[in-house]
Design a protein around this ligand. Sequence first.
Ligand SMILES: [Zn+2]
Length: 365
Amino acid sequence: MDLSNVCWSARIPPLGAGIPRLARLDAVQDAWRRRFGPGAPLTVIADRSLRHQIGRAERPRFDALLGSGAMTLAPTADPELLRLARDRQWYVVSGDQFLDLRRDHPWIAGAADRFLGWDLRGGRLVLRPSGIREVPEQQISRAVEAKSLKWPHRIDVRDPAHLRVLRSHWRCSGPRCLRALLWPDHLLDWPTLTAQGAVLCPACNSALTEAGPRGAVRSLVVSDAASGTELVRFPLCQDTPVLLGRGRLAHGINLEAPELRQSPAIGRVSRRHLMLNLTAAPGGPRITAVDLGSGNGTVVERGEPGAVPRALEPGGEVVLGDRDALRLGDAVTVRVSGRRWFADEDLALPVLAQTDGAQPTRLVT
Ligand SMILES: [Zn+2]
């Protein structure tokens, strides 16, 4: 059982949104025993942050549950929960769709009957399949995106104040900051927020100054072509070309930067391999890519079924669609992430994958 998810559910007695209630554990435990028998073992895992989120009055019980071993804590419960469910063939009690973990746990879509949510029927809580379904890759990408902004950048895309931070350019004036040196006009990656809302440089922690609106933004993902492991995500802003390659690049993303996940494949990427740009176009902003005469070449893979990959000639430009990918040196893949929550029309974010009353996952199609 994902205790944090249960405690936040406004549909479990005691009903009502607001703060998470530890008392909701009782109704779910009761429903579990009615479904699987009074002696059926139930492992309860909670996010470490839950203790600070529940009301003061429920903390003694929280501590008692922890002390007695009836509950375990994890930095975030989901990965631990899914690991146990996968390795031991257990049921999962949670209203979550686990979108951001689908890549690590591809078995989820085929095990929908083992994921249990809840309904209130005639005043009694019953467990029922939570409705796990297969989801398109773009939707998974958006969920991973929201997660990756939250950690390490502490940006919550559900928070309008945080969205405003994402919609601006930010300049670092840190005296010894390498990124400030490479990117003097504005940073090419996301800033980091403090709990108090201060906007800091992700490299040197200096306070940043706002440097105008970003305009349209798309998020790009670079992965290892063989394993699919993500190496880096970065924003591509309108009329701000970004160079992709290896080594310290002015206005560029260095795939060899020590803070990135390293892959031996990166050696096949040229120092100045690809120029990416986002420009205004009649049908909406579009991404163009130019191979800068790379040693090992760039291959365009169109997203349409049956499309044949073709090499991009040196200096040649290609428009990158939402479902297309570029292979650099047959080593790394570049594609557009699903996210689009920066354009003006996205200011009112629809709730696409609402998991439960209290904590909707706001995503934009
Ligand atoms: Zn800096």
